[in-house]
Design a protein. Structure first.
Lengths: 258, 416
């Protein structure tokens, strides 16, 4: 009998079918947890390192008065345009979340007007991270400051501490959030330099793309640690500064012409 | 001097239960307000992205600050060894725990995600003064309960001084920590001042004592227990002194800011043109909360009258709420100096366009939530004094200890 078995030719088709079937069922079992996520997004598979530090350079001379392309693009990219007004208009303006805003300044002495976008400045020593009681407000190794929405208890102490008024509290219940940008009532959030794009290996942010598409090119995104990156080169060429330099927070967002 | 006897608060049941019912109703309404704000989201409150802490925080911080202040009476008795204050120690400890509970409850009920309180208790960031405060507050309750035991139980007697000393140090740390919640904030001009820590300690002395005196006078009046003029004089003078100390810190805080050019605009706004905040500062905090009660308490005739003393205590509390409103909300409403030397003429996020203050108007649910915290503190106190022996039977002159300053002194007039 043994001899018979050994001499019987292997049915390779059947073996292949069984193998595939086993593989497919295993994949189907595991996929929801691991497989599909990685296949669909093809993101980075290693932990973020401090080999890079992401930042922005804003050339205010190029920032156009009346243009808010960066703001609209950010709202679309990060699902902020899905917020439904709840309170009366004047109150809602103060309560809806915004990650980026246009600000128009006038110099008290000279009367010179400057336009610029303001957002989270991604400090090296962020006050919001210092004060957060649970550690929900954190800085990634690559310099991005953001909120872990599973740890945020909604105490708003980070909003009290941020010198740039960069953070927003979600005052209202939400539905239909974007998968890439989870969001829920009662948590705090702010610009995270389109972190989902970082994790997918894309090389810019929504505001940068929109500004470039408008032909202004006022915002530059890149790695502040790479001396050859466009942002580092530009920072070497033109004078720039940090907003509220006196606080010595070493911001990742730099401004030229203010 | 007779032995001090402590006895439960035995007012008529119908009166007691109606008091309890009233407080429970306030708590119930506060619970409904919490449910409403939690379910709908904070858009129903007056709070927004500029004024992120509102009326609940005014109540919560007042209660927490007053809680630590209320413990002073116990400290004066057992740590500073003033025997006349000893009979008041138990009520002082009870009020301290009760007000802290009330204040913390309001703080927690206002969180964006109150159901994640467990996260705050399991995940800590120790560079945050908030995280430290979680330990300072819970530790305070444990220590004060031990303190109460050492006051009430014969076996606890030997530990009374050491626990009392520890409680005193802890309460100073707690109030400094509470002030530092604001003092450590570099972002806002009105905060970012180390003096806020000690200033909160000074404020706590006054608020805590005012609340303590009101509760003491009310509970004694209700049951007809006597308070002698000697003890009243002590408490009255102490309150006036504490108001003075608080006023001193307030003065130094503003003088410092006035001296620093970069804070000129803040002081000008707050002291002259800040609308409701200017009004609350001058009329609430300074006039009604400090100067008038000091005048009453040092007035040769009015200070002898019980009703005027009660009025002075109430004014200190009103002034305390005004002060908290100015410190917590006014400081947020004043626009942040993002671009010194510039005026923001347009902004998509209410950045203080043309120097305008941020809008905030408290809503009813916020106020009801805060009142619920006060009611909770009073309910705990009312239950405590009813079931346990917190209140001395009498504080008449022949019961309380003599003024120890005069004990060793030779008689002023030599016998003939």
């Amino acid at each position: 009998m043994n001899e018979d078995k050994t001499t019987t030719p292997v049915d390779s088709g059947r073996r292949g079918f069984l193998g595939t079937a086993a593989g497919v069922s295993a994949a189907a079992l595991v996929a929801p947890g691991v497989f599909l996520h990685s296949v669909a997004a093809a993101p980075r598979t290693e932990a973020v390192t401090d080999a890079v530090r992401w930042g922005l350079l804003i050339d205010t001379a190029k920032c156009a008065d009346g243009c808010s392309a960066c703001v609209s693009a950010c709202e679309r990219e990060n699902g902020l345009d899905l917020q439904e007004p709840h309170s009366a208009t004047s109150k809602w303006e103060q309560q809806q979340a915004a990650w980026i805003r246009k600000v128009k300044l006038q110099d008290n002495q000279t009367g010179r007007i400057t336009n610029l976008p303001m957002m989270c400045q991604h400090c090296e020593d962020p006050p919001c991270v210092d004060v957060c009681p649970t550690g929900a407000s954190f800085k990634r190794a690559d310099g991005i400051v953001m909120v872990d929405r599973h740890l945020c208890i909604g105490c708003r102490y980070c909003m009290m501490a941020c010198p740039y008024k960069a953070r927003s509290f979600i005052h209202q219940p939400l539905t239909g959030q974007l998968t890439a940008v989870p969001r829920g009532k009662g948590c705090v959030e702010s610009c995270n330099l389109c972190v989902h794009r970082r994790d997918n290996g894309e090389d810019s942010t929504a505001c940068v793309d929109a500004c470039a598409a408008e032909g202004h090119g006022a915002i530059l995104f890149g790695d502040l640690k790479d001396p050859n990156s466009a942002i580092s080169q530009r920072l070497r060429e033109i004078p720039s500064r940090q907003i509220r330099e006196d606080l010595v927070l070493n911001t990742g967002v730099r401004y030229a012409g203010v | 001097m007779k032995r001090v006897v402590y006895r439960e608060w035995r007012i008529a049941p119908e009166r007691y239960w109606s008091l309890l019912g009233f407080l429970a109703a306030l708590i119930g309404v506060a619970a409904l307000s919490f449910g409403y704000m939690e379910h709908e989201g904070h858009w129903v409150s007056g709070m927004n992205n500029s004024v992120v802490w509102g009326m609940p925080h005014v109540f919560a911080v007042f209660l927490i600050v007053a809680a630590s202040g209320a413990l002073n009476i116990a400290s004066i008795g057992s740590v500073f060894k003033k025997p006349i204050y000893k009979p008041l120690g138990r009520l002082s400890g009870l009020l301290a725990v009760a007000m802290l509970m009330g204040g913390l409850l309001v703080l927690v009920m206002d969180l964006g995600r109150p159901e994640r309180l467990i996260v705050a208790m399991t995940s800590y960031n120790f560079s945050s003064i908030f995280a430290w405060n979680i330990f300072l507050y819970t530790g305070f309750m444990v220590i004060v309960i031990a303190y109460l035991w050492s006051m009430a139980d014969r076996k606890g007697g030997p530990f009374n001084y050491s626990i009392g000393l520890f409680a005193l140090v802890w309460r100073l740390a707690l109030t400094t920590g509470t002030g530092s919640i604001f003092g450590f904030l570099v972002a806002r001009q009105a905060y970012d001042a180390a003096i806020l820590g000690p200033m909160f300690v000074a404020l706590s002395f006054a608020y805590g004592l005012a609340v303590f005196m009101l509760v003491l006078l009310f509970s004694f009046d209700e049951e007809g227990r006597p308070i002698g003029p000697r003890l009243m004089r002590r408490l009255r003078n102490l309150l006036a002194l504490f108001i003075g100390v608080a006023l001193y810190f307030t003065l130094v805080y503003h003088l410092t800011n006035l001296y620093i050019a970069e804070n000129d605009s803040l002081e000008h706004w707050l002291l002259l043109s800040g609308g409701i905040y200017t009004f609350l500062f001058w009329v609430g905090w300074i006039l009604a909360g400090s100067l008038i009660p000091m005048w009453i308490l040092y007035h040769p005739v009015l200070s002898q009258q019980r009703d005027w003393i009660i009025g002075a205590c109430a004014l200190v509390i009103v002034g305390g709420f005004a002060a908290m409103y100015v410190i917590i909300i006014g400081s947020q409403a004043f626009p942040m100096a993002l671009f010194p030397g510039h005026t923001i003429i347009e902004s998509g996020f209410a950045d203080g366009v043309n120097g305008a203050a941020a809008a905030y108007w408290p809503t009813i649910p916020e106020i009801l939530l805060g009142l619920g915290g006060v009611a909770m503190a009073l309910l705990i106190t009312a239950v405590g004094v009813r079931v346990l022996q917190f209140l001395p039977e009498s504080l008449a002159d022949d019961v309380v200890a003599p003024d120890e300053e005069t004990l060793d002194a030779p008689p002023f007039a030599k016998p003939a």
